[in-house]
Design a protein around this ligand. Structure first.
Ligand code: DGT
Ligand code: CA
Ligand code: CA
Ligand code: ZN
Length: 577
């Protein structure tokens, strides 16, 4: 049972908020916030770490490490307890609104009793703020703007799927230009982050001009922001910025390492260089004193000279990958070609767009060894699913089984988890399926306790093998449900229920940090496309990228397993299917 990381994370975050609200040092508040995130995303259980190991956590210095140790030993931290008693808890949500400082938040609470964003919106619309000292129409406008920014969640960033499409097009166009020795995308896209601020493209070539000109003239390009010899930036017709850098071929490795980032990871690698009396830059690894070049042409070589194995880009987030690399304990990451099949897909029998036959042949075209069809059960609108319809589908599935290069078909369903955790077919009917995925599709605003109970009950259902899109978030559109996911992860581990990593670029659910947390409980995962059309099957890559960011290996992911082993897992140790 590993709740320690999450407990410490929320404690440190709370302290950061308390410091901000009480008008404390902003720098100090930020330091606690960074430490909170670092602990939450850290791969090891903090309660098992000694004082020295605690300080190895990124962004955790001595003073924070001492507080964590105090908390782990006594269950509380004296300084934080003192600060807490001085400020009401409900005010905390308000200060997360951009443009609303801690002081104003305190006034809103004290004068109008406002302690949530919704209450604040109501008060603004009822024009209650105007009578307050220091507030006016302008303040109202600013606050509304701040709330809309906050609700956009990630303002200005675009989903990885959209960015990838453009980046691959640009890379393929530039690769065809004579003189191009190498070309790839770097930055957050290479690290497979779920949203992308801008696309960074790198070219290795002796002459940069032809590439800079080509980029400015591409069909996607709406506006040239900056045009230079080393770097050109454009804005695409969809408003996305693309930075192109042309590197001398001999400094390819150094440039690729530098522009892949993350910034936090690069700071770490440069620190290591300094410790070795070296200097690392986008041009290469040099002797600090003499300035003599040591190596620059491959990333592998640069990492090797720093005493590190090559670190896969999805791990380069300063979440402990450097320490793990130095110890030779980097995970052997899941790869896309480890995936033997997709366990959550739809057809036009419910809300999918393509008929069963098309989905199956597209899946076979991807080289899968097995493939599950999991159309919705009766509670989800659409074609009013019935037992007759799904049984008729099962017949067709059995006929298609092994017809494509021996690919095995699993007949499943995606159940709806109702408000009380019940699902929409009885056990004796579920027994006939090879696989049941169960997901939440409505009633997102139940209490935390009810939502938790609901998901835990679904895990406890002997026929439910996978929880689909566990938080139900839609990136930039809808936040995840507020359940106690540690309790859910624990239930998954206890009952042998896998958690889905839904690969749809708008979902990516679970996200990387939740995966890291769930893995500590010993949970297994299923990376699924949730395809509603043949063109969605390739979304698998984004799910795999997210799994990699969560440090997952092949063993952690049930749809990399051979079919016999997978079937055993799907039966949850029972006699069933
Ligand atoms: P994004 O574009 O916001 O999704 O995230 P990134 O990581 O692609 O960031 P970006 O485009 O600003 O820069 C690309 C990489 O270049 C970044 O991951 C690390 C490197 N880089 C950029 N600026 C700096 C810097 O000031 N210091 C260091 N160490 N690295 C930088
Ligand atoms: Ca970028
Ligand atoms: Ca950039
Ligand atoms: Zn689905």
């Amino acid at each position: 049972m590993v709740r320690a990381n999450e407990e410490v994370e929320s404690l440190l975050q709370e302290y950061a908020d308390l410091i901000a609200i009480s008008g404390g040092d902003a720098f100090k508040a930020r330091a606690y916030e960074k430490a909170a995130r670092a602990v939450g995303g850290y791969h090891a259980d903090v309660s098992k770490l000694d004082a020295k190991a605690l300080r190895d956590i990124p962004s955790v210095g001595k003073s924070i490490a001492d507080k964590i140790a105090e908390y782990l030993q006594s269950g509380q931290v004296a300084t934080i307890e003192e600060t807490r008693t001085s400020i009401p808890a409900g005010v905390r949500e308000l200060i997360t609104i951009p443009m609303l400082g801690p002081k104003k938040a305190m006034v809103l609470y004290e004068e109008l009793g406002i302690s949530s964003v919704d209450q604040l919106l109501d008060a603004i619309h009822a024009e209650k703020l105007r009578d307050l000292k220091g507030f006016g129409e302008k303040t109202e406008e600013n606050i509304l703007h701040g709330i809309s920014l906050m609700q956009k969640a990630g303002g200005g960033r675009i989903l990885i799927g959209a960015a990838m499409d453009i980046a691959e097009q640009i890379v393929s166009d530039l690769s065809r230009i004579p003189g191009c020795e190498r070309c790839t995308y770097a930055g957050s896209l290479r690290r497979m982050r779920e949203t992308i601020g801008d696309i960074d493209v790198l070219v290795a070539a002796e002459r940069s001009a032809p590439f800079m000109e080509a980029l400015s003239g591409l069909p996607h390009t709406a506006e040239v922001i900056a045009h230079g010899e080393k770097k050109t930036s454009i804005r695409t017709t969809k408003g996305l910025q693309v930075d192109l850098r042309v590197l001398p071929p001999e400094s390819w490795g150094a440039g690729l390492q530098y522009f892949t980032g993350s910034k936090a990871h690069n700071i770490r690698t440069r620190e290591i260089a300094v410790r070795h009396k070296l200097k690392l830059s986008e041009y290469g690894l040099f002797h600090a004193k003499s300035g003599k070049l040591i190596t620059s042409d491959t990333e592998e070589d640069i990492y090797a000279r720093l005493g590190l194995p090559w670190i896969p880009p999805p791990l380069r987030e300063d979440r402990g990958e450097i320490a793990a690399g130095l110890r030779g304990e980097l995970p052997d990451l899941l790869a896309e070609n480890d995936i033997r099949g997709d366990l959550h897909t739809h057809t036009d029998l419910t809300d999918g767009l393509a008929p069963l036959e098309d989905m199956v042949s597209a899946a076979a075209g991807r080289g899968y060894a097995y493939y599950a069809i999991t159309d919705h059960a009766p509670n989800l609108y659409m074609q009013r699913m019935t037992e007759e319809k799904i049984l008729a589908q099962r017949e067709r599935v059995r006929e298609l089984d092994r017809k494509h290069h021996g690919m095995r078909l699993l007949h499943g369903t995606e159940l709806n988890i109702g408000p009380d955790g019940e699902v929409d077919w009885p056990g004796d009917f579920l027994e006939g399926f090879d696989l049941c995925v169960a997901s939440v599709h409505s009633h997102f605003n139940q209490s935390r306790q009810a939502l938790t109970r609901r998901l835990v009950r679904a895990c406890e259902n002997p026929y439910v093998a996978v929880i689909g899109h566990p938080t139900t978030r839609r990136i930039g559109k809808r936040p995840g449900i507020d359940a106690d996911f540690d309790a859910v992860f624990e239930a998954c581990a206890r009952t042998g229920t896998a958690l889905e990593i839904n690969a749809h670029p708008e979902r990516l659910d679970l996200c990387d940090e939740d995966i890291l947390r769930a893995k500590r409980y010993g949970v297994k995962f299923a990376v699924n496309s949730d395809a509603h059309s043949t063109t969605h099957l390739p979304y698998m890559r984004y799910g795999v990228g997210t799994a990699q960011r969560g440090w997952l290996t092949k063993d952690d992911v049930i749809n990399t397993w051979p079919l016999t082993k997978l079937r055993r897992f799907l039966r949850k140790g029972g006699a069933g299917a």
